[in-house]
Ligand binder design. Structure first.
Ligand code: PFF
Length: 455
């Protein structure tokens, strides 16, 4: 692929920076906010094991596929898909994968910015010490007060979005890489500190048992569906993010081992987040199946009862905010790389425009918690739920499905083998079966479930 575009020559400065950038994209609210509460509601250990199977069997091959396609095309996902389809003599409509990714990215970032804004606010709330020895009613009323105030939510959403766009606009090496070099190591340090804190809290054993005691009676078809959906979201798959990041990967990096490292880091963070959260919940006799409120009600309540809880609680929300911003910047890359390519425009201009669009759409999520709370737009869902469902449960799985089909059944073997370096015949067949059959069929089941809740 030699056609020139403004993104052609951009490269991560090393394989490790790509690993950190991709892990930064993968590790986000999905790991720290969503994974623990979904595991908490779905039986703990049973969910964790099935989630690991989904990550290995579906997530990893699709991530390899996205990075391989991105590096082969060396352009934005939209252009990459169009170029690769054309060179393989396939229909140019395959570029729809890129378009869906752009739309999904805008939708996800719109609500991601709002929820990350809550985490930003909680850094200060915890640090102020106002939850020390506070009862559940105080913690709940702080959270409900935030949800009831559009002005406050917009304030925090705006800060988060301005920070995100400032990084994105500065470009891959001056913006993304610089942020990642700082935020990712700090994130790991904070996680280790919090693990140590949790280990000494007195509830660690119970937390560990909850996450790793596997009981068959807890497993139902719904567990598989939740686990696969979570694997997709947490690994940032199906919307071209990994394709866009993959287009900057140096030619000599090996995709297989790189993906194994990224997936391992993401999984370690998700499990560690559970091991930070559950012990603190158990030691305070709180409810693990709290749902989305686990992070903003149960956790502050737990920290309030523990020694130095204000400091560690504040660190916890700083960790969440760092994790969120390194994911948010990646959500914009499919769109930004395309706009820069198409209009030969500066990243500043397109980043500000895109950021404003996401911010504006995010107002719908803000209002969904207060003035529009009762406004059901379609299928009985409010604005936030609708945007979340369409992007996470429809566009991502559909994107992943099409990517898996395209790479296994539509591209010539030499193109793919050149990227993922599989020489042995049995391994090639295994790759083909896993990526071309197992992954798409599994995704199809999850996808259909969104429309036909037959379980
Ligand atoms: N992986 C991110 C998380 O777990 O929070 C969310 C995400 C980021 C999804 C980027 C999709 C994406 F392209």
């Amino acid at each position: 692929m030699s056609e020139s575009s403004p993104n052609n020559d951009i490269r991560w400065s090393s394989r490790w920076l790509f690993v950190l950038a991709a892990a930064g994209s993968a590790v986000g609210l999905g790991n720290i906010w969503k994974f623990p509460y979904v595991a908490g509601e779905n039986g703990g250990g049973a969910f964790v094991l099935i989630y690991l199977v989904c990550v290995g069997l579906v997530g990893a091959p699709i991530m390899m596929a996205e990075i391989a396609l991105g590096r082969e095309g060396r352009s934005s996902p939209i252009t990459t898909m169009a170029k690769l389809a054309a060179s393989a003599g396939r229909n140019s409509q395959w570029s729809i994968i890129g378009w869906m990714g752009v739309i999904a990215g805008v939708m996800i970032l719109s609500f991601y910015g709002v929820i990350a804004g809550w985490a930003l606010k909680y850094i200060g709330v915890l640090a102020s010490g106002e939850f020390e020895n506070a009862g559940a009613s105080v913690v709940e009323s702080t959270f409900n007060g935030l949800l009831a105030s559009p002005v406050e939510m917009i304030f925090w959403q705006t800060i988060f979005m301005v920070g995100t766009i400032w990084i994105v606009a500065r470009g891959v090496s001056q913006g993304l890489e610089k942020a990642i070099r700082w935020f990712m190591p700090l994130l790991f340090v904070m996680l280790i500190v919090l693990l140590g804190y949790s280990l000494r809290s007195g509830g660690f054993e119970q937390g560990w048992q909850f996450m790793f005691d596997f009981k068959w009676e807890d497993v139902g078809p719904g567990t598989w569906i939740m686990a696969l959906g979570q694997a997709f979201f947490t690994l940032s798959l199906g919307m071209g993010t990994m394709m866009a990041y993959g287009s900057y990967v140096p030619s000599e990096a090996r995709i297989g081992s790189t993906v194994a490292t990224i997936v391992a880091l993401d999984t370690v963070v998700a499990i560690s987040a559970g091991l930070v959260i559950f012990p603190l919940v158990f030691v305070n006799n709180l409810d693990v199946a709290q749902g989305p409120g686990l992070m903003f009600v149960t956790m502050p309540l737990a920290f309030g009862q523990l020694p130095f809880g204000s400091i560690f609680g504040s660190v916890f929300f700083l960790l969440v905010s760092f994790a969120a911003i390194t994911s948010a910047i990646s959500l914009t890359e499919p769109a930004i790389s395309y706009l820069v390519e198409k209009y030969n425009s500066s990243r500043w201009r397109v980043a500000v425009g895109l950021g404003f669009l996401c911010w504006l759409l995010g107002l719908g999520t803000v209002f969904s918690f207060n003035i529009w709370a009762d406004l059901k737009l379609a299928f009985g869902l409010n604005f936030f739920d609708l945007v979340d469902q369409i992007s996470s449960n429809i566009l991502l799985p559909l994107g992943g499905l099409l990517i898996a089909i395209f790479i296994t059944w539509k591209l010539p073997r030499e193109t793919v083998a050149g990227q993922i370096e599989i020489e042995s015949e049995p391994i090639w067949s295994l790759w083909k079966v896993v990526t071309g059959v197992v992954a798409p069929v599994s995704v199809l089941v999850v996808f259909l479930n969104t429309f036909v809740p037959f379980f």
